[in-house]
Every structure is written in structure tokens, then in C-alpha cells.
Design a protein around this ligand. Structure first.
Ligand SMILES: Nc1ncnc2c1ncn2[C@@H]1O[C@H](COP(=O)(O)OP(=O)(O)O)[C@@H](O)[C@H]1O
Ligand SMILES: Cc1ncsc1CCOP(=O)(O)O
Ligand SMILES: [Mg+2]
Length: 262
């Protein structure tokens, strides 16, 4: 992977307008994370306007965390607009193994071929149709157990699949990368995975999806590591993490990224 910091520079110089059809839990922290990073988030999910907004957005994230059948139509319409315009969109299959509504929505969205799919190990396995231990929003499977599912999903969509956890795994179906940045406290703060999905969407604007995803994950994980040193637990971690995302320089990211070929 070439100079990781350049992907952060490019994202900030673009300050991309990213539409997020996300869950109620994530909306506030996700917008703050994206603003701290240098992107321009907008949470727009009504069926009457989701497609219209997608026409002006530079990227889209779709998250099934607090799903409603009306929202699924909005998601499909917005994703269709992005795909037709050649703009990136990222799917976050929150708790997809839990219910039929989520599984059906996931299958419909998968058919629209997301540019990137980002989920934890249990979610990536369930979306691919593999038997996952975890059914809620938290992972109960190891990243290594989800690598084959990630390659399968990337192969089916022609896009990128990212499995996050202690060491993240990113693949386009043939090439694979591991990102060892991150902090164990991160899954103890709700919606940090959802927020990361928005960051991936922002990085994917005008940048190759595989490298942009790897860079976004390294950036996020490294900011998490830095925030640990400035906090004493999940509560104080959250504001320290926003500060670290904003303060990160491309040079620090390049030096601190722990990215290896899988
Ligand atoms: N045990 C861990 N150690 C270090 N980083 C982690 C750990 N678990 C998750 N992360 C990081 O937390 C972020 C959110 O990922 P994750 O918790 O897998 O998503 P989700 O919240 O969707 O389950 C990612 O940057 C990931 O690398
Ligand atoms: C707890 C919860 N319930 C429905 S959506 C959601 C947030 C999940 O966020 P993340 O996957 O980023 O931990
Ligand atoms: Mg999640």
C-alpha cells in the first residue's frame, strides 16, 4: 500500500458531502465523527427525498441498524441513484442475522452491489449466508472466521468487503489487507462501527475503493489508539476520539498505520 496519509489529505481537500441513511443510535456520534475527520455528513432517510438527495451527495452510507420497511425503499432508491452515477456507496449490515426484515433488506441491498461493505465478523458472515454466532449488533465471531465470507461478498458485488475487529481485514475478492490499528475500548462505545462506515464512504470519494477503505480503517484505528492515552474509559474516550480524528496529520497516519498484505 502506498503512502496512507495521502488518502486522508485527499478526503479532507474534497470535504465530501456524504448522505447517511443510518440508525437512530448512530446519527449524532456519526455526524460528529465525520465532521471531526473533515467530511460533510447529512442524515437524510425519508423516502420522499432520499433519491433526490443522493443526486447531490458525493457518497452514501446505508445502515440497517434501526430498520423500518419505509426506510428500505429509501435505501434502495438512494443506492440506485449512486450506482447509476458511478458514485460510491457503503453498506453496514448491522445485526443482519437477527431478523427476517434485516435479512431481506440485506439481500436487496446486496443486489445493488455496494462499493464497500463494512461490518463486524458476525455481520459479514450472516450477510454472506454463513452460520454466524453473533446475531445482535456486537460481534461474537473472530475476524479470521469471516475472511472467506468477505471474499465471497466482494466477488459477488465486484466491490470491497471490510471485516472490523481487533485486526481488520479488507478484500476485493482477490487481494487482502490487514489493519492492526485500533483499541479494545472501541466496541464499548456504541455506534463507532456505524460512524466508521461513514468515514469509509468519505474516503471512497474519487479514490480507489480498496486502498481508500484500508486507509480509512488505519486512520480510524490510529485515532482510537491516540484517544486511549487521553481518556480513562468508554465515557471519556468518546470526546478524546473526536479530538484525535481532527488532530491527525497525514504524516502521523503514514507513520502509525499498521497495514500488511494478507
Ligand atoms: N478488540 C479490538 N481491539 C482493537 N480495535 C478494535 C477492537 N474491536 C473493534 N475495534 C475497532 O473498532 C472499530 C469499530 O469496529 P467494530 O467494533 O468491529 O464495529 P461494530 O461496532 O460495527 O461491531 C474499528 O476501527 C475496529 O478496528
Ligand atoms: C445498539 C444498536 N442497536 C441498533 S443500531 C445500534 C448501534 C450499533 O452500532 P455499532 O454497530 O457501530 O456498534
Ligand atoms: Mg456495527
Amino acid at each position: 500500500m502506498d503512502d496512507i496519509g495521502t488518502y486522508l489529505t485527499k478526503m479532507r481537500s474534497t470535504a465530501p458531502l456524504v448522505q447517511n441513511i443510518t440508525n437512530y443510535v448512530a446519527m449524532n456520534i456519526m455526524a460528529n465523527v465525520m465532521l471531526a475527520a473533515g467530511a460533510s455528513p447529512a442524515m437524510v432517510h425519508a423516502r420522499e427525498e432520499a433519491g433526490e438527495f443522493a443526486a447531490i451527495a458525493q457518497a452514501l452510507s446505508v445502515n440497517i441498524g434501526t430498520l423500518d420497511p419505509e426506510w428500505v425503499s429509501a435505501m434502495e432508491e438512494a443506492a440506485g441513484v449512486m450506482a447509476a452515477a458511478g458514485k460510491p456507496w457503503v453498506l453496514d449490515p448491522v445485526a443482519i442475522g437477527a431478523t427476517t426484515l434485516r435479512q431481506d433488506a440485506g439481500a436487496r441491498l446486496l443486489a445493488l452491489k455496494p462499493t464497500v461493505i463494512r461490518g463486524n465478523a458476525s455481520e459479514i458472515m450472516a450477510l454472506a449466508g454463513a452460520d454466524a454466532a453473533g446475531r445482535g449488533a456486537d460481534a461474537a465471531d473472530a475476524v479470521s472466521a469471516a475472511e472467506a465470507a468477505a471474499r465471497d461478498l466482494a466477488g459477488r458485488t465486484g466491490g470491497v468487503a471490510a471485516v472490523t475487529g481487533p485486526v481488520d481485514y479488507v478484500t476485493d475478492g482477490s487481494e487482502g489487507w490487514r489493519i492492526a490499528n485500533g483499541a479494545p475500548v472501541m466496541p464499548q462505545v456504541t455506534a463507532l462501527g456505524c460512524s466508521l462506515t461513514g468515514i469509509v464512504a468519505a474516503f471512497a470519494v474519487d479514490q480507489p475503493a480498496l486502498a481508500a477503505t484500508v486507509a480509512a480503517l488505519a486512520y480510524y484505528g490510529l485515532a482510537g489508539e491516540q484517544a486511549v492515552g487521553l481518556s480513562t474509559g468508554p465515557g471519556s474516550f468518546q470526546p478524546a476520539f473526536l479530538d484525535a480524528l481532527a488532530a491527525m496529520t497525514p504524516e502521523t497516519l503514514t507513520a502509525g498505520a499498521r497495514v500488511t498484505r494478507a
